[in-house]
Design a protein around this ligand. Structure first.
Ligand code: FAD
Length: 406
């Protein structure tokens, strides 16, 4: 059995960022990343692809190109954990052993929970910005629609980027508004949840856009089935089951912990990795950390959160490797740049308990109002920071870490 100092599960935003951050601090570390896919995606860009602002390929790079110099890559899926023996099992039946384990396999998109959905995705007006191959179809549908009904759905929490279902809707409405066809389109937002957005401070500004675009808000409406050929969608609501015809349907799939995490000793009751909210260290296994969407901490699941988590996991993991305890705390920061119209973004930034954590002074970017500068941040600055800051471990571009002692 191969042994490595640090084993990282997942080469997504979290896995690559934490590997890069570790190696910046200690270039000689023996790190292996377990990741089956040969492509890495900048998922926050998919909202922009769905709106015709980005071309899909700018959100995709080869996995080899984002692997930090000095890490080894095992191109396989992890299948199970044996934390008492410090081992991870791989799909080919072999195992790797570690001194320290960092778990970052993301969240599972559970398309199959919605009856009839998978077979009609990409056809019959049914789309989703949650898949690289489907985001361009969103824009194709939006640019082609001149009249009829467009339904946008949101599943129960937790989901990654809780604002993304609405972003898709606002940007579509803005396309229809500029084409002069918005009055002919019946737009519905069917959200399984009971509120428009989980952090109260952003609700008023979002309601302004709901009104401006004439969107019918259907809270407590959960999509359960889609009949593609007949273009009808079925929802569970407090009033019972409701079936609606559509011309376009943008679906955000239900999301759950990855099966191999849920079924492992690492999971909490909800199936996600059971880590301490502040140190991101496992609550029962002292040499295991998690970050990103697979973590059980109650932050907004975003790449912005990963940007703050990666350096914290790096310093805490190194402290543990050196025989000490964690030295730094995560404040729950997450961010959701709400693209309310082409050219303007409401930059929601908040931490645990919905505490507002703005990165900019109010006069520069007021996060509770639509701002042009925030659009520039979303379309130009953040993608650059992702590829060149976060995935490279360049902390001055990302988020300097404060230790407990400091
Ligand atoms: P991921 O980046 O998803 O990576 C997980 C990796 O683990 C993948 O490469 C996967 O192949 C690998 N993996 C899975 N299973 C295994 C296994 N068994 N073994 C080994 N490897 C495995 N965030 C923002 O900050 N701002 C936004 O505006 C924003 N918008 C978004 C819009 C959309 C449409 C979507 C889909 C997401 C958006 N996000 C946004 C969220 C952001 O992309 C995620 O929060 C972020 O990618 C989480 O990083 P992660 O490393 O946890 O997971």
């Amino acid at each position: 059995v191969k042994h490595h100092q640090i084993v990282i599960i997942g080469g997504g935003a979290g896995g690559i960022a934490v590997a890069a951050s570790l190696l910046k601090r200690r270039p000689k570390l023996d790190i292996v990343i377990v990741e089956p896919r040969d492509e890495h995606f900048y998922q926050p860009g998919w909202t922009m692809v769905g709106a015709g602002v980005f071309n899909a390929p700018v959100t995709r790079r080869t996995m080899a190109s984002v692997m930090p110099d000095g890490v080894s890559w095992i191109r396989q899926s992890a299948t199970s954990f044996d934390p008492d023996n410090n081992a991870v099992m791989l799909e080919d039946g072999t195992a790797v052993e570690y001194t320290l384990l960092i778990v970052a396999p993301g969240i599972k998109l559970d398309w199959a929970q919605i009856k009839g959905l998978e077979e009609t995705l990409g056809h019959n007006g049914v789309t989703s910005n949650y898949r690289y191959d489907l985001a361009p179809y969103t824009y194709e549908l939006v640019s082609g629609l001149k009249e009829g009904r467009a339904i946008f759905t949101q599943p129960p929490m937790p989901i990654k980027c809780a604002g993304a279902p609405q972003k898709a809707m606002y940007l579509s409405c803005d396309v229809w508004r500029s084409a002069g066809v918005l009055p002919n389109i019946d737009v519905e937002f069917c959200n399984a949840g009971g509120v428009l957005f989980g952090v109260e401070a952003y609700v008023p500004v979002l309601m302004e856009y709901v009104d401006r675009y004439g969107i019918k808000l259907k809270l407590g409406s959960r999509l359960v089935a889609v009949d593609g050929p007949n273009q009808s969608a079925t929802f569970e609501t407090a009033e019972g089951t409701v079936t609606r015809q559509f011309d376009m349907l943008h679906v955000v799939p239900p999301q759950v912990a990855p099966d191999f995490i849920r079924e492992s000793p690492l999971a909490n009751a909800a199936g996600f990795v059971d880590v301490d909210d502040l140190t991101l260290r496992h609550n029962r296994y002292a040499n295991i950390f998690a970050l990103g969407d697979a973590g059980g901490m109650p932050n907004a699941k975003t790449a912005a959160a990963v940007r703050k988590q990666a350096p914290i996991v790096a310093v805490n993991a190194l402290a543990v490797l050196d025989g000490a305890g964690p030295v730094s705390d995560y404040d729950g920061y997450g961010s959701c740049p709400l693209t309310v119209e082409r050219g303007k973004v409401v930059l929601a930034e908040f931490g645990y308990g919905g505490k507002l954590l703005p990165s900019f002074p109010k006069w520069l970017i007021d996060g509770t109002r639509p701002r042009r500068l925030a659009w520039l941040l979303k379309t130009e600055v953040l993608p650059w920071v992702y590829w060149n800051g976060m995935l490279k471990g360049r902390e001055w571009l990302v988020s300097p870490v404060r230790n407990h002692e400091a």
